[in-house]
Design a protein around this ligand. Structure first.
Ligand SMILES: [Zn+2]
Length: 286
């Protein structure tokens, strides 16, 4: 199989926002209007056609079904998917003009010619460079009311970074607020939530039974937060079969937390995007 080029970030962003991560087939064929784990599908089945008009966010099941459709099987048709997609975008008041003007002109830099100089140095200085072979390590302890960057590996090797904050609820549950920031070069926090969750919980020794995982995107004025639950979790196996539930005022009340409009930064730190409605240290080391 040839190397499949990823959808350019700027176009991907438009698709994610326009669809609000809802699969148009789930919404219109099954009345399931909810955020779902999915992929960007190429409607004309040409994986290098990245035009926004050629793309749609489909859940994994419908993506498989659509890609596997042959002309004889009377499966999902292109026109049908496009129609539902456009209806979904219209429902979300998506206007293509919202996308930023330089999106269309994003230019990929040419790869530089391969060089062996680093390979040679690596061979000759194996000991000095040994540390680079160990996994990335969050070097410090966690601090109350601070969000910090966490670098994660992704199963598809599009490793990424996100912000995380840990909040210990009075009832013993541990909230991890996981926030995707603009500029993440890798897989989104949604698409590799299972892998990311494992790495965070392992690093900070968070028992899976006590975990409450919250997911949020801190750009483009998106104020949606989702709670992610997993059908399978340690010790039975890795986190698997995630499900997203949009946070409602009732769910926030139940956690004794309240989302803020924006995340503040000060002196090189990101502060919390969540107000605690219980006694919580402001800066104590955890
Ligand atoms: Zn679907």
């Amino acid at each position: 199989m040839g190397k499949r080029k990823p959808v350019p970030k700027s176009v991907e962003k438009d698709v994610l926002i326009a669809s609000r991560r809802r699969c148009c087939l789930c919404v219109f064929l099954y009345d399931r209007n909810e955020v779902c784990k999915g992929q960007i599908a190429h409607l004309n089945q040409n994986p290098s056609d990245f035009r926004f008009e050629n793309l749609a966010w489909l859940c994994l099941e419908h993506h498989d079904e659509y890609d596997g459709t042959t002309s004889q099987s009377k499966g999902l048709t292109l026109d049908e998917v496009r129609e539902y997609r456009d209806r979904l975008y219209a429902r979300h008041n998506w206007d293509a003009k919202q996308s930023s003007p330089d999106d269309a002109q994003a230019v990929e830099l040419q790869a530089l010619p391969e060089t062996s100089e680093y390979e040679t140095v690596r061979k000759n200085f194996a000991y000095e460079l040994k540390f680079t072979l160990a996994p990335w390590r969050f070097p410090l302890w966690q601090v109350a009311n601070r969000s910090e960057f966490f670098a994660y590996k992704a199963g598809n090797r599009a490793d990424g970074i996100c912000l995380i904050e840990r909040i210990d609820l009075p009832d013993g549950r541990i909230v991890i607020a996981c926030i995707e920031m603009a500029g993440n070069p890798g897989n989104s926090i949604t698409n590799c939530v299972e892998e990311l969750c494992f790495q965070v919980c392992e690093r900070f020794d968070i028992p899976a039974e006590r975990l409450v995982w919250l997911e949020h995107y801190d750009y483009d004025g998106r104020d949606e937060w989702d709670m992610v639950t997993f059908e399978q979790k340690p010790p039975r196996g890795p986190f698997a079969s995630p499900e997203w539930t949009v946070m409602t005022p009732e769910l926030w009340r139940e956690l004794k937390l309240k989302p803020k409009k924006r995340i503040t930064q000060w002196h090189g730190n990101y502060y919390s995007k969540l107000t605690k409605l219980f006694d919580w240290p402001t800066e104590a080391l955890l």
